[in-house]
Ligand binder design. Structure first.
Ligand SMILES: *Cc1c(COP(=O)(O)O)cnc(C)c1O
Length: 450
């Protein structure tokens, strides 16, 4: 058995971590986990405060999900989805079709969220090229400012966060963009602007893509109520498909099974990922309705089949984890228990917001953000060089809570199974850490919040 020092050394030397400055990376190596708790190779335990990057839904090592994966392993680990099916994967497809809003019922599986978005983009494109009344000019996409839809080149093209995407601009395709409907103005202002853009460009737009209710990677930016329903109305009126990216919001995090349900919206493509397997194995899904699906049907030589796919699509181990996740959601009535937890998180945020260095807190369901200010003015922030949110999250780690911020924004997004006591612990640790870090840098020169 390698020692904890050896593992740290191998990790730093050979394991290139995503979105991590390796020159400054301090090894943190998880060995096992249970419920909301991660245990590292040194025997320390810490609360998984952002659900292992927003994907763990029901805690780690849930006995039902573990057992389902084990059972599947005894049958078959993987068989291709090209020209054949798998009993577990087909059962999951049927289950997702039943769960999805409206008549969404044709499920295309891939392994990552980015790939679910890629598939939706390409399906929309191919549909307009070959459907019964083709619209070959529809080759562009409409997306929101500050959008994040993944890191492959197609999903990054529809993304709009300069910090992630600007460098790669020469590689990305052109996208028509409307501003992120953050809470600075009424929903109608953004909808009016969207309508103008659609009126001008709808003939060339294949689809609009958006993260419903919350743009997570943008820094937990919430939308005004009514925006999503308004977008659905306008995209329908202008014959533009609507792709909703529920890779973060799916499976209860906002209090609804899917965020679209908050505004009774049925998109043309629903993209799921992250929590689809409870956060256990890589699986994503792009779900669409019969009208679009029909555009791909024809004889084997018609050239109409979807020309896209991945080797491990619909992997049965992942599908088994996903079916078990849906079972647990039902059996434990997880979503029904959430409103009480939302209240507790609201109390935690209320306490945090009383700290003089906390500028704003915001929350939707079990998704929350905390931002800081060096002064008593909530519109001012710490200079970026101080990496204030990272410093605070380093401090929470030493107290037993793992959080990963987005730039200046501290994110709280725990598994839905977190208990009231664990939520309060997270809040106490964060408050102490904010106090410790901000009192040590009392001389920071404020910068205007953008
Ligand atoms: C994480 C994320 C993706 C990308 O999913 P991957 O599995 O990382 O490829 C896409 N959209 C949103 C909203 C996400 O948060």
């Amino acid at each position: 058995m390698p020692t904890s020092e050896e593992l740290a050394q191998w990790d730093r030397q050979h394991c290139w971590h995503a979105f991590t400055q390796m020159a400054e990376y301090k090894s943190l190596i998880v060995e096992r986990a249970e419920g909301v708790w991660l245990y590292d190779t040194q025997g320390r335990r810490f609360l998984d405060g952002v659900s292992s990057m927003w994907c763990n839904l029901l805690g780690h090592c849930h006995p039902t999900i573990n057992a389902a994966i084990g059972e599947q392993l005894r049958n078959v680990s993987h068989n291709t989805s090209l020209g054949m099916g798998n009993s577990t994967t087909s059962t999951l497809a049927k289950r997702l079709a039943d769960l999805a809003p409206g008549d969404l019922q044709h499920v295309f599986f891939a392994s990552d969220g980015s790939s679910a978005i890629e598939a939706a983009l390409k399906m929309a494109f191919q549909y307009w090229q070959q459907c019964d009344s083709p619209r070959p000019k529809k080759t562009k996409y409409l997306a929101l400012g500050q959008a994040y839809h993944g890191d492959t080149l197609g999903s990054a093209s529809v993304g709009g966060i300069p910090r992630f995407h600007a460098l790669f601009a020469p590689l990305l395709f052109e996208v028509i963009r409307v501003p992120s409907p953050d809470c600075r103005q009424e929903a109608q202002v953004y909808l009016d602007e969207l309508e103008q853009t659609l009126a001008e460009h709808h003939e060339e737009i294949a689809a609009m893509v958006l993260e419903p209710l919350v743009q997570a990677a943008a820094g937990i930016v919430f939308h005004r109520p009514g925006y999503l329903a308004g977008v659905r109305e306008l995209t329908r009126r202008y014959d533009v498909f609507l792709i909703t990216d529920e890779i973060v919001t799916g499976f209860g995090r906002t209090g609804h099974m899917f965020a679209c349900e908050a505004e009774d919206v049925v998109p043309d493509f629903l993209c799921l990922g992250k929590s689809l397997t409870g956060g256990y194995l890589p699986l994503s899904a792009t779900i669409t309705h019969p009208d679009i699906y029909a555009g791909f049907l024809g004889s084997a030589t018609s050239g109409r089949a979807l020309m896209h796919g991945h080797t491990y699509a619909g992997n049965p181990l992942a599908a088994a984890a996903s079916l078990a996740t849906l079972d647990v959601l039902e059996q434990e009535q997880t979503i029904e228990t959430l409103p009480a937890k939302f209240e507790i998180l609201a109390e935690v945020l209320e306490r945090l917001s009383n700290h003089p260095r906390v500028a704003v807190t915001r929350q939707l369901g079990l998704i929350a953000a905390v931002e800081l200010t060096p002064t008593d003015e909530s519109h001012e922030r710490y200079p970026a060089e101080l990496r204030i949110a990272y410093e605070i999250c380093d401090a929470t780690l030493s107290r037993g809570v793992w959080l990963r911020p987005l730039g200046d924004v501290i994110v709280i997004m725990p598994p839905l199974t977190i208990t009231a006591e664990e939520l309060r612990f997270l809040g106490d640790v964060l408050l102490e850490s904010i106090e410790e870090v901000t009192s040590a840098i009392s001389t920071a020169k404020p910068v205007e919040r953008s």
